[in-house]
Design a protein around this ligand. Structure first.
Ligand code: GLN
Length: 311
């Protein structure tokens, strides 16, 4: 019997994957032993449309820790649970042009500069619903599972290894000193590292991105995960701050709000249209996945996705 013709988006995804699977360069993160063991050749690509069609290729179903790609989604949950006024009192919306873990806070207010860098995400993890650290972790797992459309596990080993690091705790102490950290330092860092340790796949990231593209409604499950009116805020902050010190060149090239993680994940969103999820653990000097950036760049060019292209 004849096979149905392959969907053009699937064909495009396969072509980009084939073309870039020979792309080398970058280094795998060594910030936790389990991250350092990642296969530098691992490469998964997925795409989910705002009406729920999913395409995937390569290692799209391999799990990895979401790491910083969790930040826009935690920001969305914090806005949903605490409201804009409360959130913006603690964390700003200005890009830093600095690395993700820079020891930078706003001089005047002591606020974290934005929710896409570690300082800001440590704070937004405090601003999701829950009276205890455990309750906030449950809220984050449930919320992220809502975005992904399936129950997400976590990697306790990665979390533990990262908990030994001093830098995030130092950032939290600075914010505590400035009066902008709503909870205890250890609780705040614990919940943040829990959020970073949630396990996702490139396919999950595509669905999570598509949920933002579709106004906060997961196109696979139909669940309204966060209210539609906070989505433009989340996407704006992703667009301006999501790729750290690479944020400007990223937007020029790709023209889509996006977020990377140190385990090699990237999530990108074409508002109203689709989400892209990529995974490849070798990172460039900004901490962004080399193949992930290349794949998003190529897909954006091929499919005309740059947000500021003339019609
Ligand atoms: N858990 C990592 C950290 O806090 C996340 C950083 C990242 O993915 N860029 O350092």
């Amino acid at each position: 019997t004849p096979q149905p013709p392959t969907h053009p988006l699937q064909t495009r995804l396969e072509a980009v994957h084939a073309e870039l699977s020979g792309l080398d360069g970058g280094t795998v993160s060594t910030s936790a032993p389990a991250l350092a063991e990642a296969d530098p050749d691992g490469f998964g690509l997925a795409l989910c449309t705002a009406d729920g069609r999913v395409h995937a290729v390569g290692d799209a179903d391999r799990e990895f820790t979401v790491q910083s790609a969790v930040k826009p989604f935690v920001y969305a949950l914090a806005l949903a649970d605490s409201g804009w006024d409360e959130v913006v009192a603690h964390v700003g919306v200005e890009p830093t042009g600095e690395p993700f873990n820079a020891l930078v806070l706003e001089a005047e207010t002591g606020r974290a500069p934005n929710p896409m860098v570690n300082a800001g995400a440590i704070v937004t993890c405090c601003l999701v619903a829950g009276g205890t650290a455990r309750e906030r972790e449950d809220r984050i797992r449930a919320g992220l599972s809502g975005f992904a459309g399936r129950p997400l596990g976590d990697d306790a080993q990665v979390r533990e290894a990262e908990a030994a690091g001093a830098r995030n705790r130092a950032l939290a102490w600075l914010m505590k000193d400035g009066g902008s950290l709503p909870h205890d330092v250890d609780d705040a860092v614990d919940v943040y590292l829990f959020a970073c340790s949630l396990l996702v796949t490139a396919r999950d990231l595509a669905v999570m991105g598509a949920t933002l593209a579709a106004g906060g409604r997961n196109p696979l499950t139909g669940e309204q995960v966060v209210p539609v009116d906070l989505v433009p805020t989340v996407l704006s902050v992703m667009g301006t701050c999501g790729m750290y010190d690479g944020a400007g060149s990223w937007f020029v090239k790709v023209g889509l709000p996006a977020k990377s993680g140190v385990a090699g994940g990237v999530v990108a969103v074409q508002p109203g249209q689709l989400g892209i999820g990529t995974w490849s653990p070798a990172l460039d000097e900004d901490g962004n996945s080399v193949r992930g950036i290349a794949a998003c760049t190529r897909l954006s060019e091929d499919l005309g996705m740059h947000e500021f292209r003339p019609e």
